[in-house]
Design a protein around this ligand. Structure first.
Ligand code: NAD
Ligand code: IPM
Ligand code: MN
Length: 349
């Protein structure tokens, strides 16, 4: 029997509710499969930890995490008590960068039993490959002057290595998908970063003569997500563009509460981190009404990455069966609680 050592960081807000639910589903799938099991180790890191200790996780937190096979994370953020840039750079982004999880894979497709807000949602099936360690998310910049003359500068950093890595990953994914990659750019408005991005895309695509490509400015691409999401297979996007596009991806599926994500260390040198697209949702936290599907589907992505595609497929089937049966939380127009959705998925496995 294979045992996977998983570090669990439920984090803040609804992270604390959806993570235990997803763990129940993962344990049940493992039991049904019979060839593997999970050993969960819980870390109470997040904003509560910060309020007590003055840091989001201990100094040696990254070293601790390196001892695990993978990391399963809920969400981070308690914006009323801890400024977001402190909580996120102290935990989520720190782990992504520190453990070189440079690729963020975020699928968006229409599940059975779901109602999309789109008029023509039929059969879209998109995978956004988001560059996850650089780009617009940088700690380079500064603030100067004050009063009416105050200036804030935020630099975006695009390296050839990081950009090529994300693009190669997207093309490799497309090989096993519908042989199409769209690059999200904005080289009409940005003078250095995106012209560079386009140049690298043109170079990388030469290695994949069988893959068709398209290039869209991110503004137009966002509109196409709404008007004709079927036009896309794999999309490669910078850190910020990919972030925005994938909340939209969640929304066109029916809710950002169901959108999954995987922060991958593709070299498998360090653990990867599996964490849904949504945040800690302070507006509904503690009420037992959060949708656990995003976290559960994220668990499926962890199984896939561990090589258990069959068990992973079982999870997605169970999610769909449960949706078809009409067991839905409020964000999907239903009236079921988190626990009811979790139980329905467990029964459908
Ligand atoms: P959010 O994703 O937390 O919430 C946006 C909206 O979607 C809210 O109305 C929320 O109720 C709803 N929603 C989100 N997940 C849901 C679910 N599972 N079920 C039902 N409804 C759901 O985004 P936000 O409000 O911008 O951010 C709140 C906090 O979370 C902030 O501190 C932010 O920085 C943080 N955040 C963290 C992560 C992360 O840790 N991965 C991701 C995004 C935002
Ligand atoms: C996400 C989140 C984070 C991001 C925030 C909370 C820093 O929105 O995982 O999508 O922008 O990467
Ligand atoms: Mn986001």
């Amino acid at each position: 029997m294979q045992t996977y050592k998983i570090a669990v960081i439920a984090g803040d807000g609804i992270g604390k509710e959806v993570v235990p639910a997803a763990i129940e589903v993962l344990d049940e799938v493992a039991r049904l499969d019979g060839s593997f099991q999970f050993e969960w180790t819980y870390f109470p890191w997040g904003c509560d930890y910060y309020l007590e200790h003055g840091e989001m996780m201990p100094e040696d937190g990254l070293e601790t995490l390196k001892q695990f096979d993978q990391i399963f994370l809920g969400a981070v953020g308690m914006p009323e008590l801890v400024p977001d840039h402190i909580s996120l750079w102290g935990l989520l982004i720190k782990i992504r960068r520190g453990l070189k999880q440079s690729i963020n894979v975020r699928p968006a497709k229409l599940l059975a039993g779901l109602e999309s807000p789109l008029k023509n949602p039929e059969n879209f099936d998109i995978t956004v490959v988001r560059e996850n360690s650089e780009g617009e998310y940088s700690d380079s910049g500064g603030r100067m002057h004050s009063g009416a003359d105050e200036i804030a500068i935020q630099n975006a950093v695009f390296t050839r290595k990081g950009t090529e890595r994300a693009m190669h990953y997207a093309f490799e994914l497309a090989k096993n998908s519908r042989q199409h990659v769209t690059s999200a750019t904005k080289s009409n408005g940005l003078t250095y970063s995106m012209p560079f991005w386009d140049e690298v895309f043109n170079e990388v695509k030469e290695n994949y003569p069988d893959i068709d490509t398209a290039v869209n400015h991110i503004d137009a691409l966002a509109a196409f997500f709404v008007m004709k999401p079927q036009a896309f297979d794999v999309i490669v996007a910078s850190n910020l563009f990919g972030d925005i596009l994938t909340d939209l991806g969640g929304a066109i599926m029916g809710s950002i509460g169901i959108a999954p994500a995987a922060n991958l260390n593709i070299e498998r040198e360090y653990p990867s981190m599996f964490e849904p697209v949504h945040g800690s949702a302070p507006d509904i936290a503690g009420k037992g009404i959060a949708n656990p599907i995003g976290q559960v589907w994220t668990g499926k992505m962890m199984l896939d990455f561990l090589g258990h595609q069959e068990a992973g497929a079982r999870i997605l089937n169970a999610i769909e069966q449960s949706l078809v049966a009409g067991v839905k939380t409020g964000d999907l127009g239903g009236a079921s609680s988190l626990t009811e959705v979790k139980n329905s998925i467990l029964q459908s496995l």
